[in-house]
Design a protein around this ligand. Sequence first.
Ligand SMILES: [Cu+2]
Ligand SMILES: [Zn+2]
Length: 182
Amino acid sequence: MLNLNTLMMKHLFYTLIISCFFAFGCTSKDREVATASLNATSNGAAIGKAQFFEMSDGKIKMDLEINMPEKADSSVAVHFHEHGDCGNMGENTHGHWNPTNEQHGKWDSESFHSGDIGNISLDSKGQAKISVTTNRWSVAENEANNIIGRGIIVHGGIDDYETQPTGNSGPRIGCGVITAIK
Ligand SMILES: [Cu+2]
Ligand SMILES: [Zn+2]
C-alpha cells in the first residue's frame, strides 16, 4: 500500500511541473542578448543605456533609458546608424541602418528604417524610459537584420519623419554601440 505522504509528494511534484509550463513559462525566460552604453559625443559623459532581450516568441525587445538634464522638457531623436564607431562626434556611424531598403519615416508607419526609433520626450529632469519590441531585429549572425555592432545615435533635434534619409534630426549629441552579451 502506498502511504499518503508519497501520494501527496507525487501530486505536488506534477502540479509544480504543470503550473510551471502553463502559468510561468519557466523554459522561455526573456534573455538579455545585447547592451549599449550611450555617451555624450562632446565629453564622453554617460547619458543612458539600451538593453536588448530575446523574447520567447523570437522578437527582440529594447529597453532604452536616457538621462540628459541639459535637455529637460524637450525631445531628442534616436536612430540606429550603420556602423558601431562613435568617433568623430558620432559621424563615423554614417547613415541610418536600413536593412530593408525603405524610406526614412516614423516607427510603425508605412515605411521606415528598422532603427528609426524616433522622437523621445524627456521629462523635467531630462529622463526618459521607453521599450520597443519588434520582429525587425535579430542577434543571429549572418542575418541582414542583426543589430549587433550597429551604432545608436541621440540627436539634439527632432525627427520630422519626412526629410530623406535623416529626418533632419540635428547634431549627434549622444552615441553608443550595440554589443552582444555572450
Ligand atoms: Cu540618426
Ligand atoms: Zn531613418
